[in-house]
Design a protein around this ligand. Structure first.
Ligand code: SF4
Length: 125
């Protein structure tokens, strides 16, 4: 079986073809310009992962939301449960880029990190 993929590792976006055996193991990858594309195709076919980028609610801040990302790529099947968890979370201002806002999401060992700043709203009591 062959699977067509577009490499998302860099902006070139090479068209990859992964050849899989009957167990879903990758036998061969073609179309990649570099080794990172081969590694991406192998990962995508056997254990796809994505870096989660989204926002988290902020209380007492000058902005209601702060942008966040996972500090490592998460298994693709955990993205939805993680989003459901994040939607129930709220962090108190101030928030600074690099702050760890939640540790070990869904017991993955992966943390959620702020990618934006939100100041404390001085007009709030
Ligand atoms: S195979 Fe290499 S050059 Fe091609 S898109 Fe992927 S990372 Fe970029």
């Amino acid at each position: 079986m062959k699977r067509q993929l577009t490499c998302i590792i860099c902006p070139i976006g090479c068209c990859l073809t992964a050849e899989l055996d009957e167990n879903g193991e990758v036998l061969n990858v073609t179309g990649n310009t570099c080794g990172r594309g081969k590694a991406y195709a192998e990962s995508e076919c056997t254990h796809p992962v994505r870096t989660l980028t989204t926002t988290m609610r902020v209380s007492g801040g000058t902005e209601p939301l702060v942008s966040i990302k996972s500090d490592m790529p998460l298994p693709k099947e955990l993205l939805l449960p993680c989003m459901e968890k994040i939607n129930r979370l709220q962090v108190a201002a101030p928030v600074q880029i690099g702050d760890i806002l939640f540790r070990n999401i869904e017991n993955t060992g992966i943390d959620l990190v702020a990618t934006g700043n939100v100041k404390k709203d001085q007009t709030c009591g």
